[in-house]
Design a protein around this ligand. Structure first.
Ligand SMILES: [Ca+2]
Ligand SMILES: [Ca+2]
Length: 367
C-alpha cells in the first residue's frame, strides 16, 4: 500500500467516523412535540404518542418543552415498530422529558404545533383505492340565526368491512374565500371509537392553520384497536353571509379530506380513501339561475318553486327564512320536486338542496 493510498483510506475513515458521530448525535436529539422525529410537529405525532401512551422510561436531562434540541442521554428500551425515517425510540414521544408518555406530552404537541426544525421529512400518507375504507362527508342540518350560514357535516368512516381502529390523523382542506377563517370546529364521536372503558383517555386534536387547512387527530391510548366503522365526528363551519349577494353564478366552495393516516394497534397503516364536497353558491338575482346540474325556478316566485337536478337525485330540501330559522324541510328521492310557498312571508328565503354529492345554497325571493 502506498503512503498516498493509506492516507486516503485514513481520511475516508475519519470522514466516516465524523459522519456516523453526527448521525449518532442527530438520533439523540428530541424536539419537544415532534414525536415522529421528522422535523415538524403535526397531527401525525399524536399517533406516535397514542401508540406509546402510558409507558415509562429514563427521565431526560432537560425536563422542558422549549422548541429547541433536547438531548436524550439514555434511550428507552422500546422502539416504534416502523418509521419512514428509520428506527425510532420511544424517547421521542416523551415530549416534555419527564420519563412518562402521557397527557402532558399531548399538551406539548398542542403547544408546539406546526413548529418546524431544519430538514423536515414530510409525513408519509398512503392513498387508498377501490375496496379500501373511505372517510367522507355526510349531511348538513342547521343554519344559525343572525346571518352567517353554518354547515354541519358528519365525517363517516365506511368500508366493505369493519376496520381495526387505533388512531387516525387527517386534514380537511377548505376554501378560504367562502368559509369564514377560524370558523371550523370538530367534535369527536366516541361511541364506537372509545366504547365504555372507564379511565381510558382518548386523544383528540384539532388545529386550524388559518390558511384553509384544518388538521384532526384521534388516538386511543390503551394499545388495543376497536373494530368498527361509522361517524368519527362532527365538523361545523360557517359560510360567509355576504357571499349570497356578491358572488358570481357558478361559484362554489369546496372541502376536501386528505392526508389520511389510519393505524391499528400494531402501528400498521390502513389505506383510506378521502373525499371532497362541493357546495355551490348561486348568486341571487332576478334571472332564472341555472347551474350545470341544478335548476331552481321561477325566481322570484309566487306560489311554488320547481327544483330539478340532472346527474344526482335530490335527497333533501330545506328552506330558511331571513332570520335563519328552518321553515320547511323535506326528504326527497327524485330528480324533480315542486315546493309550495303560499303561507310564506314576502322576502328572501334561503333554499338548501342536497344531492348525493353536493349541497346547493340559493337565495330566492318570495313575491
Ligand atoms: Ca412530527
Ligand atoms: Ca412526558
Amino acid at each position: 500500500m502506498t503512503m498516498l493510498k493509506a492516507q486516503k483510506i485514513f481520511s475516508l475513515m475519519l470522514v466516516t467516523m465524523v459522519l456516523s458521530m453526527a448521525e449518532l448525535k442527530a438520533q439523540l436529539l428530541v424536539w419537544p412535540g415532534d414525536a415522529s422525529n421528522n422535523g415538524q410537529v403535526t397531527n401525525v405525532d399524536v399517533l406516535y404518542l397514542g401508540y406509546a401512551y402510558g409507558t415509562s422510561g429514563p427521565v431526560r436531562d432537560s425536563v422542558n418543552t422549549n422548541w429547541e434540541a433536547q438531548n436524550i442521554d439514555t434511550p428507552w428500551n422500546q422502539d416504534f415498530p416502523q418509521s419512514p425515517i428509520g428506527m425510532l425510540n420511544y424517547a421521542y414521544a416523551d415530549c416534555n422529558g419527564d420519563g412518562n408518555i402521557d397527557s402532558l406530552d399531548f399538551q406539548t404537541i398542542q403547544q408546539n404545533y406546526d413548529f418546524v426544525n431544519v430538514g423536515v421529512t414530510a409525513d408519509v400518507f398512503e392513498q387508498g383505492g377501490v375496496g379500501d375504507p373511505e372517510l367522507s362527508f355526510m349531511g348538513i342540518d342547521s343554519v344559525v340565526a343572525g346571518g352567517n350560514t353554518m354547515l354541519t357535516l358528519q365525517l363517516e368512516l365506511t368500508g366493505p368491512m369493519p376496520v381495526d381502529f387505533y388512531g387516525i390523523a387527517f386534514t380537511v382542506e377548505y376554501d378560504t374565500l367562502t368559509v369564514v377563517p377560524q370558523s371550523v370546529m370538530f367534535q369527536v364521536e366516541e361511541q364506537w371509537i372509545n366504547p365504555s372503558q372507564p379511565g381510558t383517555q382518548l386523544l383528540v386534536l384539532d388545529q386550524d392553520n388559518g390558511a384553509g387547512e384544518f388538521d384532526i387527530a384521534i388516538s386511543r391510548t390503551d394499545q388495543m384497536s376497536v373494530s368498527g366503522m361509522g361517524t368519527i365526528g362532527t365538523m361545523s363551519l360557517i359560510i360567509e353571509d355576504n357571499l349570497f349577494d356578491i358572488i358570481m353564478p357558478g361559484t362554489d366552495a369546496y372541502l376536501e379530506i386528505k392526508n389520511i393516516r389510519l393505524i391499528n394497534d400494531g402501528f400498521e397503516t390502513i389505506p383510506v380513501l378521502g373525499d371532497f364536497l362541493t357546495i355551490d353558491l348561486l348568486a341571487s338575482d332576478d334571472e332564472i339561475p341555472q347551474s350545470e346540474i341544478l335548476k331552481i325556478f321561477p325566481n322570484p316566485a309566487n306560489d311554488y318553486i320547481d327544483i330539478s337536478t340532472e346527474y344526482y337525485p335530490i335527497k333533501n330540501i330545506e328552506c330558511y327564512n331571513s332570520l335563519g330559522q328552518l321553515i320547511f324541510a323535506q326528504t326527497v328521492s327524485s330528480y324533480y320536486e315542486r315546493i309550495r310557498l303560499p303561507g310564506y312571508a314576502k322576502g328572501s328565503v334561503i333554499l338548501k338542496v342536497k344531492t348525493d354529492k353536493e349541497i346547493y345554497i340559493k337565495k330566492i325571493i318570495k313575491k
